[in-house]
Design a protein around this ligand. Structure first.
Ligand code: XUL
Ligand code: CO
Length: 436
C-alpha cells in the first residue's frame, strides 16, 4: 500500500523560530522536563473516530472531507483501507498512542455475530500495524450511541434486551482491547441519560449503569485485562442530561455504587465547559479525589453552546492542564488524547497534520510553562502561605480532629474578629502572565 502522505516527512522538532508548518516548534520528544521526557509526560494519543471517520458532516450538511484513500470503498473494505493510513499519521506525528471505538475501526454488521467478525478482521490489521510502527493503544471503548437500538440508552435503556446487547458489545470490545495490549478502557455514556423525566425511572437507570460497570470489572478480571478503566464525564449532548454529567457527579456515582476503586476519570475540556466548569476545575476535582486518569484534549468555542471538539491551541488552557497534571504526579496509565476534529471547512488531508502538530505544540508549551511556574515557586508558596493558619495552633487541632464546637467557641470569644488577608487574584494572574 503506497503512503497516503508521501509529501509529509516524519515531523521533527525545529524549535520556536521555525516557520515550517510541518515541524514542531515546542514538542521535543526527548527533551527532559522535571527529569522526564516530554514524550513520557504527555503520552500523546490520536483518536480513530475523528481522524479516520470524521468527514465534516454537521446537522445542516453532508461531509466535506477529501480522503483519497477512501475512494470507491465502503464497509469492511473501507475499514481495511483506513488502518495503514491511520498508523502512517500516528507514526509521522511521533504520537506513541491511539484510541478507538469498536465501530469506528470496523463497520456495523447485519447482526452482532457479523459485527464481531468484522472487528476480528480489523483487530488483526491493527495488531500488525502496532507491531510495525510501535504505536500503542491508550484505550479502547465501545460505541453504544450511534445505532438506533441505543435510542433510549445502552446500560440505562428501559429495555433489558438492549442492556444485554450493550454488554455483549462491551465484552467483545474488552477482549479486543486486551488483545491489542490496551492500557485502558473508557466508558463514555453517550446516551446514558434522559431526554424527558416523564418517561424515566432515574433510580433504576442509575442502578443498571452501576450493574453494567460491575459486570465489566468482573469480566476484565476474568480475562486478565489489567488496564485502567475510565469514566468520561459529559453533561449533555446527545441527551438533555447525562448521568456522568461532570467530575463531581461521576465521583459521587462511583462512590455510591462501590466502583471508586475500579474507575478513574477521563476528562475532556469541551465537556467541562458544557457543564459550566473550566477544565482546571474538573482536573482539580478529580485530582483531589485521587481519580485523575486521562484527558481528552480538545476545546470548545465559547461562542457556541455545543461540543465542537476543536484542537486545543490556547496556551492558558494547556498550562492549566499541565499544572494540575504535574501537581497530581503526572500521567501513569492515561495521556493527552486528541479527541478533536478538524473543521468542516478544513477538508484537505494535510489539515489533519496541522491540527495535531498545533495541539502537540500547545501542550508542549503548557508543560514547559507549568514546569517553569513550579520551578519559580512563587505560586505554590503563595497558596501554602495562604493556609498557614492550619499548620499550627487551633487550625492544626481542627485538622487533627482534636476540637469541639465548645472549644472553638471559646477560641472565637477570646480571639475576637479574625484578621483577613487579600486573595491577590490580580497579582497571581499577572504572575502567571510572566510565564506565558
Ligand atoms: C463524545 C466523546 C467520545 C468519548 C469516547 O463527546 O468525547 O468520543 O471520548 O466515547
Ligand atoms: Co472524549
Amino acid at each position: 500500500m503506497p503512503a497516503a502522505f508521501p509529501a509529509v516527512p516524519k515531523i521533527s522538532y525545529e524549535g520556536p523560530h521555525s516557520k515550517n508548518p510541518l515541524a514542531f516548534k515546542h514538542y521535543n520528544a526527548d527533551e527532559l522536563v522535571e527529569g522526564r521526557s516530554m514524550r513520557d509526560h504527555l503520552r500523546f494519543s490520536v483518536v480513530y473516530w475523528h481522524t479516520m471517520c470524521g468527514n465534516g458532516t454537521d446537522m445542516f450538511g453532508w461531509g466535506t472531507a477529501q480522503r483519497p484513500w477512501e475512494a470507491g470503498l465502503s464497509g469492511i473494505d473501507l475499514a481495511k483501507a483506513r488502518v495503514p493510513v491511520f498508523f502512517e499519521i500516528c507514526e509521522k506525528l511521533g504520537a506513541p498512542y491511539y484510541a478507538f471505538h469498536d465501530r469506528d475501526v470496523a463497520p456495523h454488521g447485519k447482526n452482532l455475530k457479523q459485527s464481531n467478525q468484522y472487528l476480528d478482521t480489523i483487530t488483526k490489521l491493527l495488531k500488525a500495524q502496532q507491531k510495525k510502527t510501535g504505536v500503542k493503544l491508550l484505550w479502547g471503548t465501545a460505541q453504544l450511541f450511534a445505532h438506533p437500538r441505543y435510542a433510549h440508552g445502552a446500560a440505562t435503556s428501559c429495555s433489558a434486551d438492549v442492556f444485554a446487547y450493550a454488554a455483549a458489545q462491551v465484552k467483545k470490545a474488552l477482549e479486543v482491547t486486551h488483545e491489542l495490549g490496551g492500557e485502558g478502557y473508557t466508558f463514555w455514556g453517550g446516551r446514558e441519560g434522559y431526554s424527558t423525566l416523564w418517561n424515566t425511572n432515574m433510580k433504576r437507570e442509575l442502578e443498571h449503569l452501576a450493574k453494567f460497570l460491575h459486570l465489566a470489572v468482573a469480566y476484565a478480571k476474568e480475562i486478565g485485562f489489567k488496564g485502567q478503566f475510565y469514566i468520561e464525564p459529559k453533561p449533555k449532548e446527545p441527551t438533555k442530561h447525562q448521568y456522568d454529567s461532570d467530575a463531581a457527579a461521576c465521583l459521587n456515582f462511583l462512590r455510591e455504587y462501590d466502583l471508586i476503586d475500579h474507575l478513574k476519570l477521563n476528562l475532556e475540556t469541551n465537556h467541562a465547559t458544557l457543564a459550566g466548569h473550566s477544565m482546571q476545575h474538573e482536573m482539580e476535582v478529580a485530582g483531589a479525589a485521587g481519580a485523575l486518569g486521562s484527558i481528552d484534549a480538545n476545546t470548545g468555542d465559547l461562542m457556541l453552546g455545543w461540543d465542537t471538539d476543536q484542537f486545543p491551541t490556547d496556551i492558558y488552557l494547556t498550562t492549566q492542564c499541565m499544572l494540575s497534571m504535574l501537581k497530581y504526579g503526572g500521567f501513569t496509565t492515561g495521556g493527552v488524547n486528541f479527541d478533536a476534529k478538524v473543521r468542516r471547512e478544513s477538508f484537505e488531508p494535510i489539515d489533519l497534520f496541522h491540527a495535531h502538530i498545533g495541539g502537540m505544540d500547545a501542550f508542549a508549551r503548557g508543560l514547559k510553562i507549568a514546569a517553569a511556574i513550579r520551578a519559580d515557586g512563587r505560586l505554590a508558596d503563595f497558596v501554602e502561605n495562604r493556609y498557614r493558619s492550619w499548620d499550627a495552633g487551633i487550625g492544626k487541632d481542627i485538622e487533627k480532629g482534636k476540637t469541639s464546637f465548645k472549644q472553638l467557641e471559646a477560641h472565637a470569644l477570646k480571639q475576637g474578629e479574625p484578621e483577613l488577608e487579600s486573595g491577590r487574584q490580580e497579582y497571581l494572574e499577572n504572575l502567571i502572565n510572566e510565564f506565558i
